[in-house]
Design a protein around this ligand. Structure first.
Ligand code: DX5
Ligand code: ZN
Length: 218
């Protein structure tokens, strides 16, 4: 299989020193950008202007995770800014397949995310419409929460189904991913790992990225 992808979340970076913190994760596969709107989740982070500046500053492609209401209206704008991938929440979208097609038409990878309690079975027949599926391993909204192992059976069923169908979809996990949890997520079938605190909370973020990548590859 391909090398595991490690996408550090800048939610755990220093918002007043973003350029310096981006320079500390030069070996990341993607920069994960958590967009929150105080509505879909009880927290507020970045909007399009910030994403545009991060996009201009970072040599690493952006993996934008939209935790916002009405992604049908707002998600295409993030693709137009040049984000490599745009992931919206299934719970928030009105027409997820149509939205994914619009994102792809703009040139972004299309992603769909599910909260811990949201079933994945409804995605089985539309896997081909997405480039990546994000199984949340915490309730979205905040960094630094504990990994929820009860999400692993769902991830495993999704990975089995994707394999059975010959799908090339990437399976991403986000929330509480660290040296102690990444192995079980990889074993359940994830290939793409978002990590906030485990990367930016480390003395050497690039060593943390390398360590996570090596553990996931085992
Ligand atoms: C949570 C965000 C995550 C968050 C992960 O809602 O989607 O991307 O930054 O942070 P850690 O890795 O600290 O759990
Ligand atoms: Zn995220």
């Amino acid at each position: 299989p391909a090398a595991p992808r490690i996408n550090p979340s800048i939610l755990a970076a220093d918002f007043a020193n973003m350029q310096a913190d981006l320079a500390r994760i030069a070996t990341a596969d993607y920069v994960h950008v958590d967009v929150m709107d105080n509505h879909f989740v009880p927290n507020l982070t970045f909007g399009p202007q910030m994403v545009e500046r991060v996009q201009a500053t970072s040599p690493i492609p952006l993996d934008v995770h939209l935790m916002i209401a009405d992604p049908d209206r707002w998600a295409p704008g993030y693709a137009e800014l040049g984000a490599a991938s745009v992931t919206f929440h299934l719970e928030a979208a009105t027409e997820p397949v149509a939205l994914a097609r619009r994102l792809r038409a703009i040139g972004a990878r299309a992603g769909v995310a599910v909260k811990p309690a949201t079933p994945v079975e409804g995605l089985y027949d539309i896997l081909d419409d997405f480039d990546q599926i994000l199984v949340m391993t915490v309730e979205p909204g905040f960094g630094g929460q504990s990994f929820m192992p009860e999400t692993m059976p769902k991830l495993r069923r999704l990975a089995d189904e994707a394999r059975r169908r010959g799908s090339a979809v990437w399976l991403q996990v986000d929330g509480g991913i660290a040296a102690s949890t990444i192995e079980q997520a990889a074993e359940a079938g994830a290939d793409t790992f978002v990590a906030g605190s485990a990367v930016f909370g480390a003395a050497d973020p690039e060593a943390a990225i390398a360590g996570l990548r090596a553990t996931a590859a085992q």
